[in-house]
Design a protein around this ligand. Structure first.
Ligand code: B12
Length: 298
């Protein structure tokens, strides 16, 4: 069995239904897009790594990216306003841990055959969406999320860079419907008609930022960490199933009392939303609480 067949067998064994292979080479088209993004000052503090790293300009170790998708469910709250919640993407067990554990099996396997293998999940210098796009796993939405035909945009991406060589996928011949619903639903104008996306205006970013100005505080709502508005409204997600599995992180703001760092970690540490820590969680909760109190007084 060749390496590709062996890797595919392992990927299926650890439970991945959607995966693909992208060739690592100098991604010139991506470079132009990043220069444009930097010029427009749309870059957030969460974006790490320089353009040369993202575009593999001087790459000489890795030949391929193995890209996997991990689906999750839609959580659309119809709860009373005393309850706060977090984005669907952050309300389940931490996907960084889930993906890394599964990918470790594959990287160990590659290394046992003498190949190099390095795992990447989320906060790193790669442009994971672009690698998934190149592997043929999805197309870009106007909201900049990658959309897969079966998962919609409700999935996380994990990557292994390796020097093994595979048969590579191709970008899909499919496009976003461009209905503009995501643009209309965006609370702060992050999604632009031009196809640009200003991460600094994205409410998901604002909920996770350390320091907020008064205008940004105004944007904190009932979903206190992350934002799903441009996903919930997207017609490419109409078929994605709902979940009420995020029961535990739903919190009654009048029953919640401040936790110590240790208690917060013990109670919520396994959920993805806890990565920004107790301070930001409680800050946002208090902003929303004050807003609600004001509204209820009127
Ligand atoms: C920084 C970051 C953020 C920032 C900034 C996002 C942004 N768009 O700028 C903030 C905090 C706002 C954020 C929010 C979210 N994020 Co985030 N984020 C990241 C991270 C760590 C880096 C992304 C980055 O550098 N963005 C910079 C911008 C410029 O990238 P971009 O918008 O994709 O556009 C670039 C290219 O992809 C390309 N491009 C864009 N459009 C097109 C079109 C074509 C045709 C081509 C060829 C190329 C192309 O050009 C652009 C360069 O200028 C990645 C993980 C990773 N390492 O990749 C996760 C990641 C992108 N995030 C993810 C998720 C789940 C989210 C949220 C849904 C979470 C939430 N519910 O709150 C939101 C969605 C916001 C949105 N609409 O994009 C997933 C995306 C999964 C998916 N299906 O697309 C990722 C991949 C994490 C993961 N491993 O699963 N995120």
């Amino acid at each position: 069995m060749n390496v590709e067949k062996k890797v595919i067998k392992m990927l299926k064994l650890v439970g991945f239904d959607k995966f693909g292979f992208a060739q690592i080479k100098y991604f010139k088209e991506l470079e132009a897009r990043y220069f444009e993004q930097e010029k427009k000052k749309f870059k957030t503090l969460f974006q790490v790594g320089n353009v040369d790293k993202k575009t593999f300009k001087n790459e000489n170790i890795y030949k391929s990216a193995i890209v996997v998708l991990l689906p999750y469910k839609k959580f659309e709250s119809k709860l009373n306003e005393n309850i706060i919640y977090v984005s669907s993407s952050l309300s389940n067990f931490d996907y960084h841990v889930v993906l890394k554990n599964k990918l470790m099996v594959i990287s160990d396997y590659l290394e046992s055959m003498g190949y190099t293998a390095k795992i990447y999940v989320d906060n790193n210098e790669l442009d994971e969406r672009y690698l998934a796009y190149k592997a043929g796993l999805g197309f870009y939405g106007l909201n900049h999320l990658l959309i897969n035909e079966d998962y919609g945009s409700y999935f996380f991406i994990g990557v292994i860079l390796t020097n093994a060589i595979f048969n590579y996928g191709n970008p899909l011949n499919k496009k976003c419907a461009m209905c503009g619903k995501c643009l209309e639903s965006c609370p702060n104008g992050a999604i632009k008609k031009s196809g640009d996306f200003n991460g600094n205006q994205c409410v998901s970013y604002i909920t996770q930022k350390k320091i907020l100005d008064e205008c940004e505080k105004d944007l904190i709502g009932q979903c206190i960490i992350g934002c799903d508005k441009c996903m919930i409204i997207c017609p490419h997600n109409n078929f994605v199933s709902h979940s009420n599995t995020s029961i535990e992180p739903l919190i009654d703001i009048y029953k919640y009392s401040s936790l110590s760092n240790k208690e917060f970690k013990r109670k919520y540490g396994k959920y993805a939303f806890s990565w920004r820590g107790k301070k930001i969680f409680e800050r946002n909760l208090n902003i929303y609480k004050q807003k609600l109190a004001k509204k209820q007084k009127l």
